[in-house]
Design a protein around this ligand. Structure first.
Ligand SMILES: Cc1ncc(C[n+]2csc(CCOP(=O)(O)OP(=O)(O)O)c2C)c(N)n1
Length: 577
């Protein structure tokens, strides 16, 4: 093709599978956006905040596996992309950021809105190219696309306005993206793997996001080895549902028999997980084998006895050819039975939910899970939504569960859900939002959803607290501070903005309110759920320092005259799990 640099950019992005570009136009980006309009193959999703656009793009890119573009004008417009790009990096989403840049004649002169893209994006971007000459454009665009797609993460193309509108000459806009290779350990490593597993009397499996394409193989392996299967939050959606050997999660969100299983096994198989909370992983008593396609993950959280680099699916498939069947089911039975007892305890606040006011979030989340469709996509805000989501949202072969699991940014769920709805129009899309998160980023862009009539159900856990931090501070033995705030009636705000608003204050209204929200068509819904601000959920294993911190914080609160708060917390959480 011939045309401007910006024409080549969009044509190559479209040929690479980009369907949408989320962002805000203006300034240095105007010639780039003008070319987007001319091109017509990529839809501009005009958002009110660039960060919202990136979180939407992250969900779209993660779920579809195809690259998604985002854009920011220059300087401040570009800096707003940063947090979302960090999320893309940590969650493994191919997002390509197009950043406007000052005219080439102004570079390095401290010009208005000037920003050094190399320095600024260093922590987030897997590759940053600055197009200061039209001749570089094809190579930079090609590299940015291939890096994003094959290394699954964000890249940045920074384009000064004058270069964007310069002629690129005659150049092909075709792009070849190879399929990712199949990665498998060597035969010698596989032999060693089989030997160690055969020699172990009891084996436990702990899996993560790397099991995304290997669910059936991992479940088959667990059946062969009579191995309980625990998982990280990212692994839950692949390994929990319809798995007779599932034993839940470990870590601060932990439930079920996972902690016991991985600590009591002779051998722990870590499959496709970079689980960061190493204090919840066993020490040297338990032999460990870690398999991951990313060599940097091997042994970095806990030393391992054998580390193998490979994709989980082909590696487990190869393993299944020769590993011996174990026949003793006692270890598995014990941890399954522990898991079942824990599930019974978890049901306490669900079953009693209709009678408890303020509304228990456990009851809200479990009811939501019951009512949602089999192919619902759930997005979970960082905050207490993670605790209720992990424990009470059931998975399914066609359900999806996504959040800022590895970057842990607040305010991800609503924009994630928006991006997912654009990628899968009409599929049930649900965001479980914190009130801090929703008011941080999502409220303004509710207008974008209203304009686009996206049927996204946003359920706000209205507890007038940065509750997760409130709990963290108590765990750390300090008095909660700086965590309270006041909310408006979100249902009324939603109605004023053109969305559907439903406020739920009574536990008896939870089921009908959620059902009404899920049935709503033709636009976004806000469910303002007034939930118990002091609801606690203790992990299945409570580390000593956590218990000590809580006790100390309670004592300090009593001494500082907050007796009422302490009594409320204890009274409302007598059944602590
Ligand atoms: C952008 C960002 N700022 C701050 C934090 C630290 N942080 C983690 S959870 C949380 C509180 C979340 O509060 P809210 O959204 O109200 O949800 P809740 O925990 O009350 O359900 C905070 C401040 C963060 N993770 N991300």
């Amino acid at each position: 093709m011939s045309g401007k640099v910006a024409d080549l950019l969009w044509e190559m992005l479209a040929n690479a599978g980009v369907k949408r570009c989320y962002g805000i136009v203006g300034d240095a980006l105007n010639p780039v956006v003008d070319a987007l309009r001319r091109n017509g193959r990529i839809e501009l999703i005009h958002v009110r905040h660039e960060e919202y656009g990136v979180f939407a793009a992250v969900a779209e890119a993660y779920l579809t596996g195809s690259p998604v573009a985002v854009c920011g004008t220059a300087g401040p417009g570009v800096t707003h992309l940063f947090n979302g790009l960090m999320d893309a990096r940590k969650e493994g989403a191919p997002v390509i950021a197009i950043g406007g840049d000052v005219e080439t004649t102004l570079i390095d002169t401290e010009a208005l809105e000037e920003l050094n893209p190399y320095k600024f994006f260093e922590a987030a971007s897997l590759y940053t190219g600055r197009v200061v000459n039209p001749a570089q454009a094809p190579a930079i665009i090609n590299t940015a696309i291939l890096t994003a797609v094959l290394e699954k993460g964000p890249t940045v193309i920074s384009i000064p306005g004058d270069v964007a509108s310069a002629d690129v000459g005659d150049h092909s806009a075709e792009i070849t993206i190879p399929n990712p290779p199949v990665l498998r350990p060597s035969d010698a490593d596989l032999d060693q793997l089989v030997k160690m597993i055969d020699e172990a009397k009891t084996v436990a499996i702990f899996g993560g996001e790397g099991c995304r394409d290997a669910r059936d193989e991992v479940i088959q392996l667990s059946g062969r080895l009579k191995a309980p299967v625990g998982y990280s939050f990212r692994g839950k959606q692949w390994l929990e549902h319809d798995n007779p050997n599932a034993v839940g999660m470990t870590g601060l969100l932990g439930y079920g028999g996972a902690y016991g299983a991985i600590h009591e096994a002779d051998l722990l198989l870590l499959l496709g997980t970079d689980f960061p909370f190493s204090e919840f992983l066993p020490g040297d008593r338990v032999k460990k084998i870690q398999i991951d396609k990313n060599p940097q993950h091997i042994g970095r959280r806990k030393a391992v006895d054998l580390g193998l680099v490979g994709d989980i699916k082909p590696t487990v498939t190869a393993l299944l050819k020769s590993v011996r069947e174990k026949t003793d089911t006692r270890f598995l039975d014990k941890h399954i039975s522990e898991t079942n007892s824990f599930h019974d305890l978890l049901q306490h606040y669900v079953e009693k939910g209709p009678e408890i006011k303020p509304i228990r979030p456990e009851f809200l989340a479990a009811t939501l899970s019951d009512l949602a469709s089999d192919d619902a996509m759930f997005f979970i805000d960082t905050g207490t939504a993670c605790m209720w989501g992990a424990r009470h949202i059931r998975g399914g072969r066609n359900r999806r569960l996504f959040g800022s699991f590895s970057w842990a940014s607040m305010a991800n769920a609503a924009p994630n859900a928006f991006g997912a709805q654009l990628a899968y129009p009409g599929r049930q899309t649900i965001a479980l939002c914190g009130d801090g998160g929703f008011t941080m980023l999502a409220m303004g862009d509710l207008l974008t959803q209203v304009e686009r009539k996206t049927p996204v159900v946003q359920i706000i856990l209205n507890n007038e607290f940065l509750d997760f931090v409130n709990i963290e501070q108590q765990e750390a033995g300090i008095i909660p501070f700086g965590v309270e705030f006041k909310n408006p009636n979100f249902a009324k705000v939603a109605e004023a903005m053109g969305a559907k608003g439903i406020r739920i204050e009574e536990p008896g209204d939870v089921r009908d309110g959620l059902a009404e929200a899920l049935a709503h068509k033709g636009g976004p819904v806000i469910v303002d759920a007034v939930v118990d601000p002091v609801a606690l959920s203790l992990p299945s294993h409570v580390p000593f320092h956590t218990a000590k911190g809580f006790t100390l914080s309670m004592a300090k609160q009593v001494w500082s005259g907050k007796m009422d708060e302490v009594i409320k917390t204890i009274e409302r959480n007598v059944r602590l799990v």
